[in-house]
Design a protein around this ligand. Sequence first.
Ligand SMILES: Cc1cc2nc3c(=O)[nH]c(=O)nc-3n(C[C@H](O)[C@H](O)[C@H](O)COP(=O)(O)OP(=O)(O)OC[C@H]3O[C@@H](n4cnc5c(N)ncnc54)[C@H](O)[C@@H]3O)c2cc1C
Length: 581
Amino acid sequence: MIENNYFDDNQDLMDFFQYAVDWPEIVAAYELGFKDNKKYQETSDENLMYAPSTVDEAVEMYKMTLTSVGDIAGNFLAPRASKMDDTGLKFANGQVTFPAEMIEVYEKLKEAGVFAYGMNRKYGGLGQGSTVTSILNELLARGDGAFAIAIGCLNLAETVERFGDAEMIKEWVPKMAAGDVFGAMALTEPNYGSDLPNVQTKAFQDENGHWRLTGTKRFITHGCGFADYPAVILTLARTGSTTSGAKGLSFFLVESKDVEIAGIEKKLGLHCSPTCEVVYDNAPAQIIGKEGFGLVRYAMGMMNTARLSIASQSMGIAAAAYGEAHKYAGEREQFGKLIKTIPAVDKMLSRMDREMYAMRCLLYEAARSVDLYYWKTTDMEHQGMDAREIRKDEQIKVWDKLATFFTPLAKYYNSELCNSIAYDTIQIHGGSGFTEEYDAARIYRDARITNIYEGTTQMQVHAIIGGVAAGMSDNGYVRDYIEGELKRFTPSKELLAVRELFEKAAALYKTIDGSDNKEYRAFEAVESAARFVNGMLMERNAERMPADKQERYKAMAQAYHLDSKAQIQANLIKLEAAQAA
Ligand SMILES: Cc1cc2nc3c(=O)[nH]c(=O)nc-3n(C[C@H](O)[C@H](O)[C@H](O)COP(=O)(O)OP(=O)(O)OC[C@H]3O[C@@H](n4cnc5c(N)ncnc54)[C@H](O)[C@@H]3O)c2cc1C
């Protein structure tokens, strides 16, 4: 693996950080009038000591954190990734043993105090919004995808903080922010994966009025905790009848000491990430929030954060793959020349490069959409305002909707492209890529899960299609957003041509008859949307770069539009056929 500081060795990422992200907008959305700094002035609460008081201070603090994580990810984690994968996990007597190197990296991050990225400062967290945490997660995932997931689980504390009551927050969030208690999310069951509204783990109140759970959850990452650290398992369970669907589901916090880990999966990739079967046998539980809102509000809220984190994990794994491919192509000679100079190899490398630019644009726009509604919403919730009052805020109303479009879009696109970039990395390595001697094979294996967990690509398409259909109607929220963004830069005629094709695809999709027929072709409409939106963001962000950098980004956008035209034309042929059927 390339060893370096993964933040400042990545010029594209640095350019984004410096020029493309609108920091005044993001900082205002997260810092909410620099309230933590003001509170510090009043209370001298040590947890708030480093809360920024200006945009510049905030950006400087983010940069320091990312530089520190980039160093650990590239110079400490990456060199251990292959050994960790090779050693894997051991399971005996209900206990999981982790590779020593993984514990070493974790303790290093703990010491540096840089992993509690999703948690509020007042509980000891880093206090950084979705844009910054997406970068941070990318850095860790570039070092090792399995390790990044472990840190993502720890940051499930954010869900406890958002939906738990005061006592639960006080009990658990500071321990999670200190890295002494892990998090796990338990939704999937052996018979219900995508079909979450029908999960059957039973929740009931005992004679003392205490909640207890009985059932089995499958594929639960870090259900066992990590090393000697226990976990709180955020569990979806049924308080209603067996046929009560989503309305009969509630959300619970269960301690890992109160469940049995019946086994861990032997997997294609993510070898040092424990995927546990968790058995609840009258396990004591505390309810989170209100009964009946388990899936629709709490688990969905948690999953949206988790989907964004898989989009950034995909970005990181793709960056690792591209780095290895680029390095190998610059060293390997065939026919008396470096293979990177051979047009067919150059073509693969440049597609990977521009797709990574597209993925980065989409990821940070998704993170932006979350930042622009989420923190203000949680602040209002903590002030005791109800959902209806909160939705009267115009900014929250608009960006909440856009986040429900962008989050699954980024999850679908980035995870699919992460897979195809890892695939080409193997291809560029030739036969060596198929061996375990190079990192390409491990990266390829780890990439494969990204478009499956946190909802498969097919389930993301279900979540996005409303944005393409209703969202693109006259005055639809996606259309309004597109019109607004197109005014922020000068679109090229190629981008406008892609827009025309996308408009045709969206309109055609709406005219298809029959729900099965519509579902069959939803992917074509969603892919066309992704191609146009990404192209638009690529041009918008290119224009934000200094003059000497614009040429490279604009050229990538133009090459991307060419691919998009071909792709959407092909989709139009299929959509037209579906309409005629
Ligand atoms: C390594 C790993 C870690 C995981 N971590 C966790 C975790 O921490 N917590 C947790 O709760 N779960 C976790 N999961 C479970 C994961 O989220 C599920 O595997 C995933 O959601 C798919 O569910 P399934 O495996 O039951 O597949 P199924 O739901 O059986 O799907 C099989 C196929 O059918 C398709 N399909 C099913 N229904 C539809 C539909 N309505 N429309 C279109 N296509 C459909 C799917 O896209 C897929 O291609 C993990 C899984 C793995 C492998």
